[in-house]
Design a protein around this ligand. Structure first.
Ligand SMILES: Cc1cc2nc3c(=O)[nH]c(=O)nc-3n(C[C@H](O)[C@H](O)[C@H](O)COP(=O)(O)OP(=O)(O)OC[C@H]3O[C@@H](n4cnc5c(N)ncnc54)[C@H](O)[C@@H]3O)c2cc1C
Length: 452
């Protein structure tokens, strides 16, 4: 008999008790700020190469975006700039469980984008050129072909874009498992260890200052997710970043309607390893307006125009919280990172209701499925919704890798391998120039190719 699934299966990732580290290392070759999938994968690749790496996470490993996402691992409909890295990432995912000796919930079950109109189908078809260029098996399915992959739907689709080699994995398992693998390879992985700032000597990085003391190092990677912009701003580095809140639910039971990932105007739904479904609304994302919205408005205009249909703007507590947060702080005092150990936004009840309605509308057989858990996550995004990765010229030794937007989980292992190369000066074959942060300041046109 299979084990009962706990009601707080996903939330356990960030709700367990936090224990401060007994001690921290005095020095490291590389210090990584942030225990999301990007930081953790980078630490794993560095540790495998024998690099002395310490990762500092202010709260829980995978406590923010990396433990809260939908779990889609997809190449389909990616921005062309991300293609080499996501292809590499999928290769890593395929062998990951065997290599680390732990289950990450990875299964190759495909991604479907179902179209409710011919115009939408035509828009999807445009991506086939990219797929073809990179040798990806993406194809357009007729409504009849689609019926072989999705069962019991009550809406009419004109067809779908389908990539059979796309996959899903379990976010509540994957990042923590990779962190344990990194530790087994010699990385020091610290939770409840906020980095307050960095120190420099002779014009370059000389240490990070954590809440538990100083770690000497000449190489730092800021992979701080939704906090990267604030961290970097205190160092005089502008990182254009905004946040949108995504609400997600987990169901138990219900009819067997699909095995992989499906997106349409109503739902983003995927099968879970435990037999239930992880579901989000197809068109409802919240952007709480903050001072950063105004600061970066111009750069985000193209993305805002692209997403305007599904984006709900609100102004409230988040505005005041950010307004009151100091721009700089003393490194020997409690920092904003310790004040919010885990960014844990409440799920939007309206969105949960919308998901419930759309579940029944699209799949009547899911009417009996129980929503057993709901949570939300703040997706942090860059103006063109692809990552910002660069060594900061004004602070040699200080690197940023952030802005992975709504698709950083799938690309995380590939990003980790490429970043380990960047930090050690070795060529991984992945060109990181298209992701340079400076593209937002050197007059390069800001053109999102994919959605958040
Ligand atoms: C609702 C939702 C759905 C999504 N769906 C998908 C999906 O299906 N597929 C996909 O590929 N992607 C998806 N994403 C996006 C994906 O989750 C992110 O792109 C990815 O997890 C980003 O990883 P990260 O390591 O950069 O950041 P995070 O996972 O946010 O990790 C950053 C970490 O840095 C820590 N930190 C910050 N500041 C400090 C400090 N000063 N000191 C120490 N630690 C610090 C934070 O506590 C945090 O844990 C989704 C995201 C959300 C929220």
């Amino acid at each position: 008999m299979s084990e009962p699934v706990p009601v707080d299966l996903v939330a356990q990732t960030w709700e367990r008790a936090l224990k401060a580290p007994a001690k921290i290392p005095a020095s490291a070759d590389v210090v990584i700020i942030g225990g999301g999938i990007v930081g953790v994968c980078t630490a794993w690749f560095l540790a495998k190469q024998g690099v002395n790496v310490t990762l500092c996470e202010k709260g829980h490993i995978a406590g923010e975006q990396s433990g809260r996402n939908w779990g889609w691992v997809r190449v389909q409909a990616r921005d062309t700039r991300e293609m080499p890295m996501i292809i590499d990432s999928l290769n890593i995912w395929r062998g990951l469980a065997d290599e680390i000796g732990e289950d990450v919930g990875y299964v190759q079950t495909g991604t479907l984008f179902a179209a409710s109109s011919d115009a939408q189908l035509e828009k999807f078809s445009a991506w086939l050129k990219v797929a073809d260029e990179y040798g990806i098996d993406t194809r357009i399915l007729s409504p009849e072909d689609l019926a072989q992959h999705v069962r019991g739907h009550a809406v009419t689709w004109r067809g779908a874009m389908y990539t059979a080699t796309d996959a899903r994995a379990e976010p509540h398992k994957a990042t923590t498992a990779i962190a344990r693998a990194a530790a087994r390879k010699g990385a020091t992985v610290l939770s409840a260890c906020a980095v307050r700032g960095i120190e420099t000597a002779g014009g370059r990085v000389s240490a990070v200052v954590t809440e538990h003391g100083r770690i000497r190092t000449s190489v730092v990677l800021c992979a701080a997710g939704a906090w990267s912009s604030m961290f970097c701003r205190a160092l005089g580095v502008s990182v254009p970043q905004l946040k949108v809140r995504g609400t997600v639910v987990r169901t138990s039971g219900g009819d067997d309607v699909l095995d992989g990932n499906l997106f349409d105007d109503h739902l983003g739904i995927r099968r879970r390893q435990d037999g239930g479904y992880t579901i989000a609304h197809g068109t409802m994302l919240d952007h709480p307006i903050t001072p950063a919205t105004f600061r970066f408005a111009f750069k985000f205009l193209p993305a805002l125009m692209q997403e305007h249909k599904g984006l709900r703007l609100s102004i409230g507590r988040e505005f005041l919280d950010e307004w009151r947060t100091p721009k700089t702080w003393a490194l020997d005092d409690i920092s904003p990172f310790e004040k919010t150990r885990v960014l844990n936004p409440a799920p939007n009840p309206k969105v949960v209701r919308g998901i419930r309605q759309n579940m029944k509308r699209v799949f009547p057989g899911l009417a009996s499925a129980q929503i057993v858990e709901a949570w939300a996550g703040m997706v942090e995004t860059s103006p063109d919704v692809v990552p910002m990765i660069e060594q900061i010229a004004s602070i040699p030794g200080f690197h940023v890798a952030t802005g992975f937007s709504g698709h950083g989980f799938g690309i995380g292992p590939g990003a980790g391998r490429a970043l380990a190369g960047l930090l050690t000066g070795s060529d991984t074959g992945i060109d990181l120039t298209p992701f340079r942060l400076s593209r937002f300041f050197d007059g390069t046109p800001i053109r999102p190719q994919a959605s958040v």
